[in-house]
Design a binder for this molecule. Sequence first.
Ligand code: ADP
Ligand code: ADP
Length: 229
Amino acid sequence: GVVVRAEGLGKTYAEGKLRTPVFDGLDFHVHAGETVAILGASGAGKSTLLHLLGGLDTPTAGEVYVCGQKMSALSDAARGQLRNRALGFVYQFHHLLPEFTALENVMLPVLLAGTGVAEAEARARALLESVGLGHRLGHKPGELSGGERQRAAVARALVNRPACVLGDEPTGNLDERTAANVFELMLDLNRAQHTSLVLVTHDRRLAARLDRVVELHEGKLREVARDGL
Ligand code: ADP
Ligand code: ADP
């Protein structure tokens, strides 16, 4: 089935008299288990699109459906719950809570979904072990390396076994070797969990590793042929 779908999606930022049209009339969908790269120049609207797909911002036209649910029809609370259970987010910067340990950071989405502490801890611990952080459970983000922080952020995104992970340049802030390591880890975990992945990147080599590549250019979304990468 389709896990994330956008229909006629449009966004224009408005601040006072200043209007910034980013795109309009975009149609986009992601199948279960599919990995999709979104390419585009800086300012093309990639982050805006990802935010709309994740329900973090409201479109000015069109609709987003996550697991068949129309985002605009949900209350803020219901949208928050759907986001927490059905989607995982990984950003360029880890956004881990600095006062909490790696284990607590990864437990949090499970607790927010209403699962008990013991099970949340068991799942967070198992996932952190599988991303190579079994020896860092009690460390706070400030005590982890850049690669370790991103791997903890990946674990946090996947701990609720979401239908789809949305990644906004998740390896963009890492050196090449560490970036490759985190990218492979994301692909492995997504395959193992049959989770879809939508990845914003400007790295065409990374994009070529995914099932499908689209490019955002002058407000339009077009499929990119694999041999064009
Ligand atoms: P990309 O991720 O492809 O670099 P963005 O989605 O960040 O592009 O930005 C697309 C356009 O929207 C840019 O022109 C940017 O300046 C503008 N923009 C992004 N966020 C906002 C905002 N919160 N308010 C006003 N304009 C914005
Ligand atoms: P950084 O380069 O920022 O220190 P890395 O992500 O490269 O962080 O790795 C930190 C340590 O964790 C290294 O010793 C590395 O060998 C180990 N490591 C990295 N990725 C994994 C993984 N997927 N599984 C197990 N151990 C890993």
